[in-house]
Write a protein that binds this ligand. Sequence first.
Ligand code: TSX
Ligand code: MN
Length: 595
Amino acid sequence: MNVTVNNAKLNSWIKEVSALCQPEDIYICDGSKEEYDRLMGIMLANGSALPLANRPNSFHFRSDPSDVARVEDRTYISTTSQDDAGPTNNWMTPDELKNIMKGFYKGCMKGRVMYVIPFSMGPIGSPISKIGIEISDSPYVVVNMHIMTRMSPRVLELLGSDGDFIPCLHSIGAPLQEGQKDVKWPCAPIEDKYISHFPEENLIWSYGSGYGGNALLGKKCLALRIASAIARREGWMAEHMLILRLTNPEGKQYHIAAAFPSACGKTNLAMMQPSIPGWKCECVGDDIAWMKIGPDGRLYAINPENGFFGVAPGTSYETNPMAMDSIKENSIFTNCAITDAGEVWWEGMDGEPPVHAIDWKEKDWTLASTTDAAHPNARFTAPASQCPVICDDWEKPEGVPIDIFIFGGRRSTVVPLVSEALSWDHGVFLGSTAASETTAANIGSVGNLRRDPFAMKPFCGYNMGDYFQHWLDMGDKLADKAPKMFYVNWFRKDSDGKFLWPGFSDNSRILKWMCERVDGTAAAVETPIGILPQEDGLDTDGLDLSSDDMKELLRVDTDAWRQELPDIEKHFAIFGDRLPERLRVQLQEFKNRLG
Ligand code: TSX
Ligand code: MN
């Protein structure tokens, strides 16, 4: 071990884990550039990392083809009672799950270095921040955690001898026997993977995967699943939301937090640059929001992350120029294709595709290939500070005051471009019934409607019925200082299957309407599904959109909505008696309004 550790809990945990996992060595990380360079040097030498030709200090990795995404059916919320994990989570008792996993952990780090990673989610020392320690046998995890979290010896200093932290144990599950040659991406077979959360003791155990949210435990595991459970106990919120600041031509600031299921372009919206003159948009975060009620009674949000772990395919100067500029240097790429010029490439990048590349599986790829060159879930890891429009206040310890919540989904029919909730409870109803059509980029067959309440289905660390109640309780506490709530759908199509709304920068027109609703200046009409803009209510200056298309975008098809009711009822039935009574009332009132 390279450093002496003063914290008693950390010391005994390190001893316990090393006795179980039997690593060859133990190394305490300090988050320094020297450490990053040294680990990257080791991975360059063994061939798992590839330097990129035109991006300084940037590297490419290829994962094992069996280890390419979060594994939802291998993800557990382990509580004493199954009711506390609820109907949307896989569950086992802590005793049962720990027994199974200890079997796997025994000797799992043989021949490898056990890295101890002290990190802070949120600015180090902020009252909203949380300290985690990840133990991992993956140097790829260490370098990614360098970017995605605040990793520093200051975290250990802050802990002192008796401070508390969230233990995050991770192993790729691939011990090396004496003389055994390593592979480029060691991991365990799918049936041996476990991503486990013990919210009753704030503990995370992950085994068998080196990829993304399965392995970078500060993100989905700590900042969403464990934090959501802590937040409920402590009266705050941990949400799967981007945070952005919008400034109007008069200089007035509005802060927006928005939840979307996957494949709706959340990162694109987080960095969007308005098409309307005089409006400015800045990014605070693209994935997670931790929100607490401030001394003035308003809701304040921080981004607990330090970087972006974004989906690469589809990211281009057309769809997200600010992301493209964020990944010019000091970035890690995973499962992209490599061109003959030694650069990363993915489907949807600007310009002509390369004639030849080496694909994510390290096979030759040409224009004639029928397979993807980059995996659809290929990722970039980049420091948030490199985003050209990162908000000046993105690291402000007290956060930014939220004015607007947006929920949304991808719907080719029925759901209009934008609507405002009739009340807080109605907004919670909209969030709790949020649904999205599946695309080729996510799991399941294409075009199915999947309910993903608050975009939290994979990330809620407790019973989702209780989570809905927590939203209602927060509304009661916030009272007249509560953010206004909206539901959007950028993806409505016409009868020819063409997207009706241009989206991207033009979404600023919708955000502008929301700000005007907050100020009480925008005209609107009440409908059975919520409050909609008047036909001429949206700023469409300079937009080539026919009035017929506008009408269709804002059309409330009460017949189609009536046909949605059985599916909403089926969705609510899953929660049994944990469904808050106030949501039953919302459903009944919705039915009444539809007539
Ligand atoms: O991210 C998207 N956003 C939000 C942007 C701030 N996407 C990409 C989704 C996949 C991740 C969108 N796709 C959006 C959108 O608002 N809208 C659409 C649909 C669409 C696609 C292409 C066009 C228009 C709309 N282009 C042309 O019509 C030329
Ligand atoms: Mn996410």
